[in-house]
Design a protein around this ligand. Structure first.
Ligand SMILES: Nc1ncnc2c1ncn2[C@@H]1O[C@H](COP(=O)(O)OP(=O)(O)OP(=O)(O)O)[C@@H](O)[C@H]1O
Length: 336
């Protein structure tokens, strides 16, 4: 993690979000049990686990929609119980599955709501809303004047993301934000969200029950189990490669090995110099930074023993099955 990320806007250091010894009980039901969790600045953390394992409760305690029974929660170095909840939520965007758009307001007005609430002029709020709609892939000229019921589920969710980003909050909490859409649209929304996240560098905590989504999106993944217990908090590669218990191994599934291919990226260190490899051995090339799975898919599609790797216009070398093995082993060591 980039050390400069560990500094807040007002010079605060340390993680952006810190939960220490946090528990929540609802009339005898333990929803979250003795949870310690740090989220670094600019990090995207996914909370994953079966239904009822305390993921949403954890999220809602961060913006004080739910008060913890015990423990402390700090956001940007401040104990959230000492911050006025309205003030607190200004710095924390919240996206939920049922997007909660105002049904009788146009897309553009929905997206302008938050900047207007904070006293921006109408012109500034509109300009900001248009910029954000572009960012989430909705042309404001085409979609701005529509009402929510005139959009698809995926488009509505994009508007929800745009609206949450409108206040430019440093922290974004997302509860199953891509849950209600079909798998193809969902994949596209996930990719777009990753691009936006890289561009905007927000600190994000995202709840999902889908392990594939968690390892695809998360810099780190927190796996919750029965009784609101945190079972493992790790990078996707380590979670899939070294599940901490049988319970985690069962949850990540028997195909965890295959998933590791999709969470490990091709780096220069995995690539062999091109000398000695006949050009005929190369099929299509892939770019540095694609997943090992994508590189393997090209190899299999072209029925070749290796795939060429490029870095923009530059040819870097070839990736072989041995290189893929090295990359998988290396991903576990590097993050150990
Ligand atoms: N307001 C409430 N009153 C009583 N019990 C609650 C309340 N909210 C949650 N619970 C209970 O707390 C536990 C954790 O719920 P939570 O919604 O945090 O789980 P989750 O992991 O987000 O589940 P899901 O994936 O189904 O949304 C569950 O047993 C749930 O029934």
């Amino acid at each position: 993690m980039d050390a400069s990320r560990d500094r807040g806007q007002d010079g605060a250091t340390g993680p952006m979000i810190r939960l220490t010894g946090v528990s929540k009980s609802y009339r005898g039901t333990v929803a979250v049990h003795d949870l310690d969790l740090d989220v670094a600045r600019g990090e995207l953390v996914c909370l994953v686990g079966p239904s009822g394992s305390g993921k949403s409760t954890t999220l809602k305690m961060i913006n004080r929609l739910v008060e913890p029974t015990t423990g402390t929660i700090e956001v940007d170095g401040r104990d959230v119980t000492r911050v006025d909840p309205v003030q607190l939520r200004r710095g924390i965007g919240y996206v939920i599955q049922q997007v909660g758009l105002f049904p009788h307001q146009k897309v553009i007005t929905n997206t302008m709501t938050v900047p207007l609430l904070y006293g921006e002029s109408k012109a500034t709020a509109r300009a900001r809303a248009e910029e954000l709609l572009h960012l989430v892939g909705l042309d404001p000229a085409q979609y701005g004047d529509r009402y929510p019921h005139e959009l698809s589920g995926g488009q509505r969710q994009r508007v929800g993301v745009a609206r949450a980003l409108a206040a430019d909050p440093p922290v974004l909490l997302m509860d199953e934000p891509f849950g209600a859409v079909d798998p193809v649209i969902r994949g596209r929304l996930q990719d777009e969200f990753l691009r936006i996240q890289r561009e905007l560098d927000k600190t994000v905590v995202l709840v999902t029950h889908d392990i594939d989504e968690a390892v695809r999106l998360g810099d780190r993944v927190a796996v919750f189990g029965e009784g609101g217990r945190l079972l493992q908090y790790d990078t996707p590669a380590r979670l899939l490669g070294f599940p901490a218990s049988d319970e985690v191994a069962t949850f990540v599934g028997a195909d965890a090995g295959l998933r590791r291919l999709s969470v490990t990226r091709v780096e220069a260190a995995h690539v062999d110099p091109v000398d000695g490899t006949p050009a005929s051995a190369l099929g299509a090339t892939v770019e540095l930074g694609v997943s090992l799975g994508e590189a393997l898919a090209v190899m299999l599609r072209d029925d070749r023993p290796a795939v060429g790797v490029t870095d923009g216009p530059r040819f870097v070398g070839v990736l072989t099955p041995e290189g893929i093995h090295r990359a998988l082993r290396g991903s576990l060591r590097a993050e150990a």
